[in-house]
Design a protein around this ligand. Structure first.
Ligand SMILES: [Zn+2]
Length: 162
């Protein structure tokens, strides 16, 4: 297909703003912006369309799924912190029972958050096909693993240790 007909086809199907004046070039058949006269480049138009399609594949349309994705990505930071704490705990002279409790609470987070984030990023359409309740449950898990852990397990434990 020639660049010219590719360009026409892309502009027929997509809202593409002009680089210079942001005029919507949808449906244009010429190779210049009718508003400001800037040449319309097929590579540039193709780039915009592809970037948009990529975003749509990655970004879930569903708000619950989106919320879960954000929660799981934020959780990655917590998981990284948990790894650091784990290393310190394992190297510290803490009494064995306390150490065991800490290890048992931190390990699941270290594993769960990367797993959740991976699931949200690569199995998005599978998650989107779950029921509303299922999506909500998953989103709650993604947001609450770390806070629940800190509030109910780690905080009392640290108070005890002090
Ligand atoms: Zn223009």
């Amino acid at each position: 297909m020639s660049d010219e007909s590719t360009l026409r086809e892309l502009l027929a199907a997509h809202d593409i703003p002009c680089d210079a004046c942001r005029y919507n070039l949808r449906g244009q058949t010429g190779d210049k912006c009718p508003e400001c006269g800037r040449p319309i480049k097929v590579e540039r138009v193709r780039g915009v369309v592809e970037a948009r399609a990529w975003r749509q594949r990655r970004m879930p349309g569903d708000r619950l799924v989106m919320a879960g994705l954000v929660g799981s990505l934020l959780g990655l930071g917590y998981a990284a912190g948990a790894v650091g704490t784990l290393v310190r705990v394992m190297m510290s002279g803490l009494a064995t029972p306390i150490r065991l409790v800490l290890e048992c609470t931190l390990w699941p987070l270290v594993i769960a958050y990367p797993l959740l984030a991976w699931m949200y990023l690569t199995r998005t359409s599978w998650i989107e096909r779950r029921s509303r309740g299922g999506k909500l449950a998953l989103a709650i898990v993604a947001w609450s693993l770390a806070p629940v852990d800190v509030l109910f397990v780690l905080a009392p434990l640290f108070l005890l240790v002090r």
